[in-house]
Design a protein around this ligand. Structure first.
Ligand SMILES: *Cc1c(COP(=O)(O)O)cnc(C)c1O
Length: 367
């Protein structure tokens, strides 16, 4: 058996229906901000249980434009996690603010107990990442933010449809950034992103920030970016939104199956599972003794795994100017040496999941 990590070649085996929708866009000539964009935004907002969704060019721009619209820039600090895709910190840095990293807990998300030590008089916001599609423990984070008068901006790129105590991800802070990159649970045929917010003020601002600050064709309110969700991509996104429940359900079933097959394996540590969250398993990450050997062993069985992410952001060359040293974020760094991402995409079957789990059990002598 072969278990591939990547699946994009499978995703559009029958693209005809989608191609017809794109042909319809081409026929109208509405390539920028055509009617499919607000239609997609309305449906996306409904999925997140928020008033507003704003389609933008990609997930990185979503975060960057949120920070811009909150007035965050040079001289300000924003706290985030270091075990994320680089864009969580990159968005902070490109608005001119300073990324500050706080350590994570066993759930791979920002540890509320470690947050306050990272707050300074310059801190303006906390940017929790819902890594793997598992919501960060947001209530204590919101409580700390309130006490220090900070914004909470969600990096929800991996977590569309996830819930924390009955509230959907995307509705938990002042605003949230989503990515529609091909490898995300909800994707388009290239780059795309979405911002969600319940704030009418931010909604109005963000629509200007993504479109040259243009209030009307002839009136420019302020100099801004050009970062819109393409009409063609909105048409693709609309189609895939209809499939989101099915995609989520499949990943959830596979996640629970892995949990049940791996929970008793010595050498494997699963993250704690909370009963008051709904996680959407963008990735399935374990901690494993002898991680690199396990990775190679699984490879010999035809099982492709990945490491998300081998080098934490604070130890990347890009972050050198921030002055972090190995040892500054002990949990993040320890996890980086131990984490392994197992295949969990919606084109697998339960047999694939059982096969992967059997390989891991065999490696640790529990076959
Ligand atoms: C994918 C991702 C992003 C960036 O999204 P792009 O659309 O690729 O710009 C940001 N944060 C996290 C956690 C991501 O996984």
């Amino acid at each position: 058996m072969e278990v591939k990590y990547s699946y994009l070649d499978k995703q559009f085996g029958e693209p005809e229906e989608l191609l017809n929708q794109i042909r319809a866009v081409v026929g109208t000539g509405f390539f920028t901000l055509g009617p499919q964009v607000p239609e997609f935004e309305k449906k996306f907002a409904a999925v997140c249980g928020v008033k507003h969704a704003i389609g933008v060019g990609n997930g990185t721009d979503a975060l960057m434009l949120i920070l811009k619209s909150l007035g965050i820039g040079p001289g300000d600090e924003v706290i985030t996690a270091s075990n994320s895709f680089v864009a969580s910190a990159g968005a902070i840095a490109i608005v001119g603010a300073k990324p500050v990293f706080a350590d994570v807990g066993a759930d791979y998300n920002l540890d509320p107990a470690k947050l306050e030590a990272a707050i300074t008089p310059r801190t303006k916001a906390i940017l929790p990442v819902h890594l793997t599609g598992n919501p960060a423990d947001i209530d204590p984070i919101l409580e700390i933010a309130k006490r220090h008068r900070l914004y909470v901006v969600e990096d929800a790129a991996q977590a569309i449809r996830a819930e924390y105590k009955g509230r959907r991800v995307g509705s938990l802070g002042i605003a949230a950034g989503f990515s529609l990159h091909p490898l995300k649970n909800l994707n388009v045929w290239g780059d795309g992103g979405v911002i969600t917010t319940n704030s009418d003020y931010l909604d109005e601002k963000l629509r200007l920030w993504r479109n040259h600050g243009m209030r009307t064709r002839d009136e420019i309110s302020f100099f801004a970016h050009n970062s819109r969700l393409d009409t063609v991509q909105a048409a693709v996104g609309l189609k895939l939104l209809d499939e989101l429940e099915g995609i989520t359900q499949k990943r959830l079933v596979f996640g629970r199956l892995y949990d049940s097959l791996l929970s008793d394996v010595p050498g494997v540590v699963l993250p704690p599972r909370r009963s008051d969250v709904f996680q959407v398993f963008h990735t399935y990450i374990i901690q494993a003794d002898k991680r690199d050997e396990l990775l190679r062993f699984l490879e010999t069985r035809g099982i492709e795994t990945k490491v998300h992410y081998p080098t934490p952001i604070h130890l990347q060359p890009a972050a050198r100017y921030l002055g972090y040293r190995p040892g500054d974020l002990p949990a993040t760094e320890e996890q980086a040496r131990r984490i392994l991402t197992l295949p969990i995409h919606q084109y697998l079957s339960e047999d694939h999941i059982r096969y992967v789990a059997a390989g891991i059990r065999e490696f640790y002598g529990r076959g």
